[in-house]
Design a protein around this ligand. Structure first.
Ligand code: WTA
Length: 649
């Protein structure tokens, strides 16, 4: 595939003005791996420390002692770094440009205003009894209050746990319980594509679940004024809580390794895990990657289309851009509303220079043809970015040609919730682009490929992607379960961080991410565990057994394909399929909506009872030739039936 790839060389004019050209990238990269201590000590200067760190790196990937600390004796406050230190130089410049779901709705919030709003909420939180180290759950629309809430938590040393607004009440409950969270911040409703989503109702439902009684307060932003139930003593209107508060709130002095946030993400087994990110290293890394990967310059309007419910929103809507004193655009709606031209129209309206989005959004637009962008010029754009899943070369080229008018480099950024910030991406002034390749590692990142036994592979090769040493943005643990952290990431290949992704390295040393090698799906850039969906399904009375796999999907990247074995008394009807789809949506959230259900009288299992997903994946993808060795199956005949009944032929 790569042989026919176009290469897009770095343009001279771009390199001349970029934070790093090729020579600088190479020199800095070399230093970052030869002398991580010196390199990151210098980089820590970009943060305002209350007490400057003298200990820089203290990290071990040794399975018997996984321990990751950066800048451990430094102290700082993340919210002060994102707000207070900018007040003097750029207090009256925009920090956040908010664009509502309705194209007539927008608001510009300056650093001074954001500081005031954050302080007021921080004071309100304190008044409600939230203290340093408490976990606050956020279940919010994409409105400025979401940013304010994150920053207010950081200001008082509370730990935020943001739950994506598209998740179900059960998902909220699970996270409230998992993190012992005593407060939830939400809104009456969110608005997306003209439709209202009842966030407060969902929180009400979540808090009826057993174990959620740790949560004693719910703070509710009035977004739409829609009807909500009210529980006196527990529920508080946001406005009532903040109105009378002072616009000053002293920022708490936090240790570099004090937790800043927990963010839940799906893995290959079990329930979602809450990754723990800390303060000093995370902020240093988010800020530095934001500056270099997006080549961010003072005064530019930068737009990341993610939701704050995902790590991309944390690092590249909130913390990275604000630490850099940037202007970050926050969009409440969806790119297809009111028309498919919306994304370009927002770029024109706010003169966006840098647009960071997901391949699934690009493919969705591409499906409408080149004219879909006719309502905008996008003249202001200078750089494009992609994240969340591999971008296929065809979508890359379309993104470049139609959205970027053939003048904007595309930075394809590979990273994960666990990595805190971008790990592999082309610095736009330094690295020639190959469509579909995330290219080269960021400073301090040492990727490698290993075979299934953990032997490191050299040169052009294909293998499992691992990272050999720590970087400051790395998650430190799984909340309340360090052993699971160790087992998940450090036990597969000794002494290395295992990403769960496969990758190819070409003859130029470029990395091409090939996708997950574990049982994690990536649907429209959203991570989902097959085990989570399976356990939802088997909880349905009609289902005896279920196996979930991904299959190639033109727009979503991967779709969700489910094989269901029914209980003897259940009828395999279309009605039941619809019911099961509804069941999963309700249980996990609309993003986990199954695309295809196939009735499976039997599933291919080894004699020890393990489901052979490799075979199921191939059948779902309609690749029924060469299913490999099926002789180890307990009952090889089930495969023929599954092939016969497959949905995609
Ligand atoms: C995938 C999102 C290919 C990958 C920041 C990873 C990508 C998972 C890319 C993490 C990319 C993310 N190219 N694959 N540029 N970016 N991925 O935790 O499989 O939501 O492991 O973090 O998304 O998803 P997560």
């Amino acid at each position: 595939m790569s042989e026919q790839q176009n290469v897009y060389p770095v343009r001279d004019d771009f390199a001349a003005n970029a934070w790093a050209d090729q020579e600088k990238y190479q020199a800095m990269y070399q230093q970052s791996v030869d002398d991580p201590e010196g390199f990151w000590a210098d980089q820590a200067e970009r943060i305002n420390w209350i007490k400057k760190p003298t200990k820089i790196k203290h990290t071990s990937f040794d399975i018997n002692n996984v321990d990751i600390r950066w800048f451990e004796d430094g102290t700082l406050n993340v919210s002060a770094n994102c707000l207070d230190r900018h007040l003097e130089a750029r207090g009256d410049q925009p920090a956040i440009i908010w664009e509502g779901d309705d194209p007539n709705d927008s608001e510009t919030i300056t650093y001074r205003q954001l500081h005031e709003r954050t302080c007021k909420l921080a004071n309100a939180l304190k008044e409600m009894g939230v203290a340093k180290g408490d976990v606050v759950t956020l279940y919010m629309p994409m409105i400025p209050e979401a940013a304010v809430a994150m920053l207010a938590c950081a200001r008082i040393g509370a730990i935020h746990s943001v739950v994506f607004g598209g998740f179900s009440p059960d998902a909220v409950a699970q996270r409230v319980i998992g993190a012992d969270s005593k407060l939830v911040i939400t809104a009456d409703e969110s608005v997306r594509g003209g439709k209202h989503v009842p966030l407060k109702d969902n929180v009400d439902a979540a808090l009826t679940r057993p174990g959620t009684d740790v949560c004693t307060k719910v703070l509710v932003v009035k977004r739409t004024g829609g009807d909500v139930e009210w529980k006196d003593g527990r529920d508080v209107w946001y406005q009532d809580a903040v109105d009378h508060q002072s616009t000053d709130c002293v920022a708490e002095e936090m240790g570099a390794e004090d937790p800043l946030f927990i963010l839940y993400t799906s893995g290959s087994t079990g329930a979602p895990k809450g990754l723990k990110h800390t303060s000093g290293g995370y902020l240093t890394y988010a800020a530095m990657t934001h500056q270099y990967v997006f080549d961010y310059k003072e005064g530019e309007v930068y737009w990341c289309t993610a939701d704050v419910g995902w790590v991309t929103g944390h690092s590249y809507i909130i913390y990275g851009p604000l630490a850099n004193g940037g202007i970050t655009l926050m969009f409440e709606g969806v790119p297809s509303y009111p028309t498919h031209g919306r994304m370009g129209e927002i770029v024109d309206k706010h003169k966006v220079s840098i647009l960071y989005t997901a391949p699934t959004a690009v493919r969705a637009l591409m499906a409408h043809g080149d004219n879909v962008m006719d309502s905008s010029t996008r003249e202001s754009l200078r750089l494009l970015g992609s994240v969340g899943e591999p971008i296929n070369p065809e979508a890359w080229e379309w993104f470049y040609r139609v959205i970027g008018n053939e003048k904007c480099p595309i930075v394809d950024t590979w990273w994960q919730t666990e990595t805190g910030g971008i790990m592999i991406a082309p610095l736009p002034g330094a690295i020639d682009l190959k469509p579909g390749s995330a290219t080269m590692p960021f400073f301090g990142v040492v990727p490698a490929l290993v075979d299934n036994e953990g032997n490191e592979l050299q040169g052009a090769n294909d293998g499992n992607l691992v990272i050999m040493d720590s970087w400051p943005g790395q998650a430190r643990s799984i909340w309340n379960d360090h052993e699971r952290f160790v087992q998940t990431y450090f036990s597969t290949y000794k002494g290395m961080y295992f990403t769960g992704d496969g990758a190819r390295r070409d003859e130029d040393g470029y990395y091409w991410i090939t996708g997950r090698v574990d049982d994690v799906l990536n649907v429209s850039g959203h991570r989902m565990g097959t085990a989570e969906i399976e356990s939802s399904l088997v909880a349905h009375e009609a289902v005896a057994e279920a196996a979930v796999v991904g299959f190639p999907h033109d727009i979503k990247g991967q779709g969700i394909y489910i094989y269901v074995t029914l209980n003897d008394n259940a009828e395999p009807t279309d009605e039941l399929k619809k019911e099961l789809i509804k069941w999963v949506r309700k249980d996990i959230g609309p993003i986990a909506s199954p695309d295809i259900i196939q009735w499976a009288p039997g599933l291919p299992k080894t004699r020890s009872g393990k489901i052979m997903r490799r075979i199921l994946r191939k059948i779902a993808a309609n690749e029924c030739e060469g299913l490999g060795d099926t002789s180890t199956l307990a009952d090889p005949s089930v495969v023929d039936d599954l092939i016969e009944q497959r949905a995609i032929k």
